[in-house]
Design a protein around this ligand. Sequence first.
Ligand code: NOJ
Length: 761
Amino acid sequence: MFLLVIAFGCKSNKTVSVTKTVDTLIKYDRVESLIRKMTLEEKVGQMNLYNGFYDLTGPAPSDGDAAQKYDNIKDGLVGGMLNIRGVDQVRQMQKLAVDNSRLGIPMIFGYDVIHGYKTQSPIPLAESASWDMKAIKKSAAMASREAAASGLNWTFAPMVDISRDPRWGRVMEGAGEDPYLGSMIAKARVEGFQGDDLSDPLTLAACAKHFAGYGFSEGGRDYNSTDISGTTLHNIVMPPFKAAVDAGVATFMNGFNDLNGVPVNASSYLQRDILKGAWGFEGFVVSDWWSIKQTVTHGQSATEEEASMRCVNAGSDMDMESYYYIKHLPKLVRDGKVDEAKITDAARRILNIKFELGLFDDPYKYCNVDREKAEIGSDRNIADARDMAKRSIVLLQNESGLLPLNRTNKKVAVIGPMVSEKNSPLGSWRLASEDGSAVSLQGGLESYKGVDWSFYQGVKLIDKPAAFIFETYINETDRTGIDEAVEAAKSADLVIMALGEHGFQSGEARSRTKLGLPGLQQELLEAVHAVNENIVLVLFNGRPLTLPWAKDNIPTILEAWQLGNESGNAIADVIMGEYNPSGKLPMTFPRSVGQIPSYYNTKSTGRPDQPSDKDLVFWSHYSDETLDPLYAFGHGLSYTTFEYSNLKADKKENGSIEVSVSVANTGGYDGEEVIQLYIKDLYCSLTRPIKELKGFRKTEIKSGRSKSIKFTLTDKELGYFDNDGKWFVETGEYEIMVGGSSDNVIKVKVDTTPVVVVEGK
Ligand code: NOJ
C-alpha cells in the first residue's frame, strides 16, 4: 500500500448557524460578567457535584454529609446535584441555592436516565440490536421528555464505551463491540436526548461516558485496569466519543479506570490534548463517582490535595461525590499549585451549559407539575417503548420454521422463570421505574386469543428479590416445579421456554465469569427437551451468553434481552408474526468464556489457518474449542430470506469507492434487512482487521421484490489511526464485503492506487 494522506485528528465539524452565533455571544457575555463577580470559592463551588439523599448509584457517603451539603448549597458552593428527582424535590433544592446563595446561581440536576426514566425502553445493548437510528433517537427523546418533565436537565448517558468482553456487566449499557455502529448510535442518542435546542424544557443535556477505555477492563472485571494499544485506543475506543462531540454533546464523564498507567481523570492527554484540544469540545467533563478520590487508591496520588491537583490540571471540571475539589482547590490556588485560570475555565464551561439549558432565565423551568403528570407514562411514551422493543429483538435461529406461531398449533406450554416476570425485563439502570411494571411474557401472549396457552415457572431463578443480585441468590436447589412443567410439555404441540439472566445480573459491578444459563435453567431446558423437541427458546439477558447446547439442540431461539416496560407485548408481537424480526447482534456471542475477548474485527495473525498436514498444531487456535463464535456480530434472521448478488465496487476519480449490491427478498414475508458493508485493507503499513464495518442500511423489502443499495466509501472510511493517533489513508487493494451478517458476505476487490500518467508515453 502507498501512503496517501497524513493528517491529525480534526476539530468538531458541528455547523454553527447565525442565530446560534448571536445566542452564543449573548451567552458568553452573560457568563463572563457573572464570572467577574465570582470569588474563587464560588467558582470552585460550581465544580462540586453532590449526590442527593434518596437514590444511591455509588458507595454510600459518610454520615453527617447531608447537613454539610445543605449548608454548602446555601453558600453557593454546589454546582449541581445527582439523584434528586421529581418536580417537588428539584424545586425544593433549587430554591435553596437560588434564594440563599450570594449570586443565586441555579444548580444543574443530573440523573442516570439510561434507557428511559419512568417508562423503560429496552436496555441500550438491546436497542443497539435494532440498527435503527431513527428509532434509537426517538427512544432517547422519549426518555428526555419524561425526565425533563420530572425536573431534571442532565442525563449521564449515552455510555459509548466499546467492549469486547461480555463478562463485563456494563455491556448492557452500551452499543456493543463495533466503533462504526457505536459512533452512529452515539450520535443518534445525543441528538435524541438533546434535541435541536438545549433550552427546550423537554430535552436534557447528554453526557458521553466513560472517557476513555473503561469497556476494556481487564478480565471483564468492573473497575479493573485497562491497557490499550495506541491503534486500538484511536481506532476502536475513541470514534464513538468523537461522534458524540460532533453531535454537540454537552458534557463528558471520565471513568474509574487507569489507562496504560494513568487514571483517566488525571490524564491531560485524554482530556486536554484530545478532547478539549484536537476535538475542540467546549462542554464540561464531570468525574465519575469518587473517581478523583480513587487516584489515591490507584496509587498515583499520595494525598487528597495531590489528587485534586492532578485531576483539575488534567481537565476534569466537576467532582462527583469525592468532595476533594471543594475542600482543597481554593488553597491549592492560593499556594500557587494550581493556576486559577484552570478553575475559571472549568466554572465557565459549567456555567455555559447552565445558560444553554435556560436555567438563568428560569431556574424552575423544568419544574412544572402539570407537565410532569401529563408526560410521564403517557400513551405516546408507552407506544414508543413497544415499538423500540419489537425492533430490538433478534431471531438467532429458526430451523424448522416454528415461528411465526401458526395458530393451528393449538396447545402451547410456556415454561420458565421468566414467563411471568414483570421486574427482570426492566433490566439494570432503571432507577425511576416502578418495580414489577413490565408486561410479562404471559401477559403479552394472553392478549393473543385462539391459542390454548398454559404457563409454568419450572424453576425459580432467584431465591430472594433484591436490587443487588449476588450469585448466592440464584436458586441452585429447588427443583419442585420441574416435573409439572415436563408433564405439560409432553402433551403440548409447542413449548416456549423463557430463560435467561435476572435483570440485575448485568449492569455496573455485575461482572461474571460464567455465562451459561444461571441456576437450574439448563437442567430444566434439557428435561423439557427430552419429552418435546418442538421448542422456541426466548432469551432474557443483558449480555451475550454462551449457549452451545441450546444452539445445537433447540430449533428456534429468539433473543429478547431486557426490553423494558413493553417487553411481553413486543415478544408476543414477534412470536405471533405481527412483527417480522429485523434485529442484528451488536456484539459477538462466544461459544465459551475461554473465547473472550470475542469480536469480529480481529487481526489475521501470521498463522490464521490450519496447515495442510493434519498432524501439525502450529497455527492460531484452541485445541478444545473452534474459533467461530456461537453467533457472529451482525447476525440476525427474519421470517423471510434475503439474497445478495451483483456486488460491484468502482474507484472514482476523487478517490472514493462506489459500491452497489442487489438485495432480494426471496421468502414469503415482507421484511426489513440490515445490509452491512465491511472492508479489509489487504496490505497495509500496520496490520489491520480482517473485516471492519464501514456502512449499513436498514430497509424494508417486500416479498418477491429486490432493491439496489449503494454506498460511498471515502477517506473517512478507508483510513485509520496509527499508534500515535495520526490519521493515514493508504492506497492499494481493498476487499469489499456486503451481507446480512459479518459472517455471511459476498466479496469483491478494488484497487485504489492512482493511475500514474507518464508524459509522452
Ligand atoms: C457511577 C457510574 O459509573 C456512572 O456511569 C454513573 O453515571 C454514576 N455512577 C452516577 O450514578
